[in-house]
Design a protein around this ligand. Structure first.
Ligand code: 5GP
Ligand code: MN
Length: 331
């Protein structure tokens, strides 16, 4: 199998002489963030027992807690927090580390493993492959595959499943499938991981998804779909921010739509914006323009103003790309 690791990042060399290593992922951890962090964490603990390894992540959504070791995750910094190496996973920029950013800043050496096209290589060592399906896939290519345990395989498999939309998005390559096959051979229960962490929804999650779909609107001659969930709805349904995962993907499935825009009001006049595209529009460019980032077909940003301001600002950038596409077609 061809390895994507053509940057020649050798984990063994980087870990040489290290005694304290910390791992950290992005704020509001998603399936790939948890999968890649836990996969690497479990591998390091098993294969490098002489190294003290800690993993720092914000509160992990309940469904992902079936992954081994998630009960050991640190959700805050305790002690002086100095590490010989900080490994940053699935983070497009250093700010996305959230509470663990000071550990990155203080660490003797840093390594970034990521697949966001917006990533500007902010660590000492950078292993960034924008066309990789997921950070979990990249972690796999750094490990000695013979030594990957079933528990680590489960974590990495979950990460790949989530960032490929169950092996469906265009980022799913033949290598992705080969890696998934190798992980399956470790004896994991792939269908259970898919069912329990990806498809299964709580009643609250389904209720709020229903609300978002019901209130959605087609705009820009039906080429975009937009929906907003406000704080009062979150309160009404007693929903957590992580309960909103998957809403924007469902919006994107609407026939004829090119871009899905989902706004979550995190405080008055402030929105977490999720963008998904079917292919023509590069949403990472749009998110980056407003200070966020992500991938060509899935990106996010936090924006201030009224929901109308936010939607107007984003749709103006989408229109630029769609109009440009039209001009190209006419040529
Ligand atoms: P989501 O819409 O699911 O929150 O995020 C979609 C993708 O964009 C994810 O890969 C996520 O890491 C990235 N992303 C979301 N919000 C931000 C942001 O504020 N800044 C950056 N750099 N990336 C983001
Ligand atoms: Mn990812």
């Amino acid at each position: 199998m061809e390895l994507r690791n053509n940057m020649r990042i050798a984990l063994g060399d980087i870990l040489k002489d290290k005694r304290r290593v910390a791992l950290g992922g992005h704020v509001r951890p998603d399936g790939d963030c948890v999968g890649s962090s836990m996969g690497l964490y479990l591998y390091l603990k098993e294969q490098f027992p002489h190294i003290h390894t800690d993993v720092y992540l914000e509160e992990i959504p309940e469904a992902y807690r079936m992954i081994s070791g998630t009960d050991e995750v640190k959700t805050q910094i305790s002690g002086d927090g100095t590490y010989d190496l900080f490994i940053c996973l699935d983070c497009g920029d250093v700010k996305r580390l959230g509470f663990s950013e000071p550990l990155f800043e203080k660490a003797e050496e840093t390594l970034c493993i990521d697949h966001h096209i917006s990533n500007e290589a902010f660590a000492d060592h950078n292993y960034i492959v924008p066309d990789a399906s997921s950070t979990s896939e990249l972690v796999f290519t750094l490990l000695d595959r013979e030594k990957i345990s079933r528990a680590a395989a489960e974590a990495l498999y979950m990460g790949i499943v989530h960032d490929t939309g169950v092996f469906q998005y265009s980022c799913t390559s033949p290598e992705t499938m080969e890696i998934a096959a190798e992980l399956m051979r470790k004896g994991i229960n792939g269908s259970e991981i898919i069912d329990k962490t990806y498809y299964e929804k709580t009643y609250i999650q389904n209720q709020i998804l229903g609300r978002a779909l019901l209130e959605s609107m087609l705009i820009m001659e039906k080429r975009c779909i937009v929906s907003v969930i406000r704080q009062r709805s979150m309160k009404f349904f007693q929903a957590q921010p992580s309960d909103l995962e998957g809403i924007v993907s469902q919006l994107r499935l609407t026939k004829g739509v090119e871009v899905a825009i989902f706004l979550h009001e995190i405080e008055p006049q402030k929105f977490k914006v999720s963008l998904r595209s079917k292919g023509v529009v590069d949403v990472s460019m749009i998110a980056k323009h407003f200070g966020g980032g992500g991938h060509v077909r899935a990106a996010g940003v936090t924006m201030s103003g009224s929901s109308y301001d936010v939607i107007n600002n984003i749709t103006a950038r989408i229109a630029l790309q769609l109009d440009h596409g039209k001009e190209q077609d006419e040529k």
